[in-house]
Design a protein around this ligand. Structure first.
Ligand code: PLP
Length: 482
């Protein structure tokens, strides 16, 4: 494809994307296909000769689209939002065209510098403490874009592990001791409500993870942590990492940072991470910042703008209070990656696992500029209002109950009755292709999660969803003669 053809195909693709996003509502939200549907539709081998663009796009329509779950569909209420917006798509398009691999300042100065600046912008816009903002006076911290919240948590855990091992070596007076000697004693902590990626990070880091019980509202409390730490220290273990969550996946609950933070500060070796993968974006609204009270105790924090801030995957923002503590766990420095400005500039290759990095800050920059903080605030506020509206609809129907404290865009609800009825209800709704939701367990009961997802979600969308749910509930209850 030469640039003349790209101009034509590119414009056609923009039309295709607009058409797709504008008419999405008329499709099933989930596909109606079985596993393995695609293999018989495609050849066994890649084509030897170039194919016509029209043929490729025809296959997109006839073979790929039937197998797509439409996350941007107005009836998609599963998981958390998958950020998407035209400025962000354009940012990614430009990033793809520039095609730089920005691992160091020398490898692409604008790619490194824009990431630092935009993370400062966004960190300030969500009210993070100054210590996380690289340009703030006296700050040793800063922000970085990772691929996922899972990666942010793993990287934070690895940095905490390095810090703890260093301290243990100093205590042992044996700087040459093998790192692995200390691993069996290291213990990380999280609540039962933390995302499973914390467990995965502990598996990869070869450390023990102690999973703590949250209170009846899904919140990890200071006393629970304190008791566990005291027991473990008495047992000769070394607590080194606590992962807390603001906005849990199951029910959007908030751990108590004002309680957990001071407990962590009593232990030199402890690193406090705060995972706000979804909810962190909401702090762009000052009136929601009370939900992150205690954030000043955190050593690191992450939020996914690719969830709830209209930025396309991947754009998981992470900040640390002390960048040296992060990078000292990640630095390797072969000659071929060194350059003359290492002392004055940030090299993001030291801030995470991959060497190669895309120019992801472009799309976040585009979104922050094109919507402005005020536009993003309106978006978050509308989603929160719509979730409250849905909560009211549920509360008005005495066959149902709301299971979480609705603070942001997630409502957890269920039919009063057995888990089985709710499993059947959700299965029937999802099978209809009219609406898509997923389950979670809240307060020990099978619950249905309803998340406000679409950028332009309206009251009418929420009311339509509620009608679909009520219709299916009626059928379900009638079949059971209830
Ligand atoms: N943390 C929370 C609270 C989440 O809800 C999720 C995913 O939804 C994750 C972490 C994992 O996110 P990622 O897919 O970016 O790794």
């Amino acid at each position: 494809m030469d640039s003349a053809e790209f101009r034509v195909r590119g414009k056609e693709m923009v039309d295709y994307i607009c058409e797709y996003l504008e008419t999405l509502g008329s499709r099933r939200v989930t596909p109606s296909i079985e596993p393995g549907y695609l293999r018989p539709l495609l050849p066994e081998e890649a084509p030897q000769e170039p194919e016509d663009w029209e043929d490729i796009m025809r296959d997109v329509d006839s073979k790929i689209m039937p197998g797509v779950t439409h996350w941007q569909h107005p009836r998609f209420h599963a998981y958390f939002p998958s950020g998407n917006s035209y400025p962000s798509i354009l940012g990614d398009m430009l990033s793809d065209a520039i095609g730089c691999i920005g691992f160091s300042w020398a490898s692409s100065p604008a790619c490194q510098e824009l990431e630092t600046i935009v993370l400062d912008w966004f960190g300030k816009a969500i009210g993070l403490p100054k210590s996380f903002i690289s340009s703030a006076e006296g700050s040793k911290g800063g922000g970085v874009i990772q691929s996922s919240a899972s990666e942010c948590i793993l990287v934070a855990m690895l940095a905490a592990r390095t810090q703890a091992i260093r301290m243990l070596k100093e205590q042992a007076g044996d700087a040459d001791a093998e790192d692995s000697l200390f691993l069996p004693r290291l213990t990380a902590y999280c609540s039962r409500e933390a995302h499973s990626c914390v467990e995965k990070a502990a598996m990869i880091s070869l450390v023990k993870l102690r999973v703590l019980e949250p209170d009846e509202n899904g919140s990890l409390r200071g006393e629970t942590l304190r008791k566990a730490l005291e027991e473990d220290v008495a047992d000769g273990r070394v607590p080194f990492f606590v992962s807390t969550t603001l906005g849990t996946t199951s029910s959007c609950a908030f751990d108590s940072l004002v309680e957990v933070g001071p407990v962590c500060k009593e232990y030199d070796t402890l690193w406090l991470h705060v995972d706000g993968a979804y909810a962190g974006n909401a702090f762009i609204c000052p009136e929601l910042r009370h939900l992150m009270a205690g954030i000043h105790y955190a050593d690191s924090f992450n939020t996914n703008t690719n969830k709830w801030l209209l930025v396309n995957f991947d754009c998981s923002c992470m900040w640390v209070r002390d960048r040296m503590r992060l990078t000292s766990a990640m630095v390797v420095d072969p000659l071929y990656l060194q350059h003359d400005h290492s002392n004055q500039a940030i090299d993001y290759r030291h801030w995470g696992i991959p060497l190669s990095r895309r120019f992801r800050s472009l799309k976040l920059w585009f979104v922050l500029r094109r919507y402005g903080v005020s536009g993003l605030q309106s978006y978050i506020r509308r989603h929160c209002r719509l979730a409250k509206h849905f909560e009211q609809l549920v509360n008005r129907d005495n066959r149902f109950e709301v299971m979480n404290d609705v603070k942001l865009g997630l409502v957890c609800f269920r039919l009063k009755g057995t888990d089985r009825i709710n499993q059947d209800l959700l299965a029937a709704i999802n099978a209809s292709g009219k609406l898509h939701m997923i389950p979670s367990v809240v307060k020990g009961k099978y619950t249905i999660r309803f998340c406000v997802v679409a950028e332009h979600a309206s009251e009418a969308d929420i009311e339509h969803a509620w009608e679909v749910i009520q219709e299916h509930a009626k059928e379900q209850l009638e079949a059971l003669h209830i």
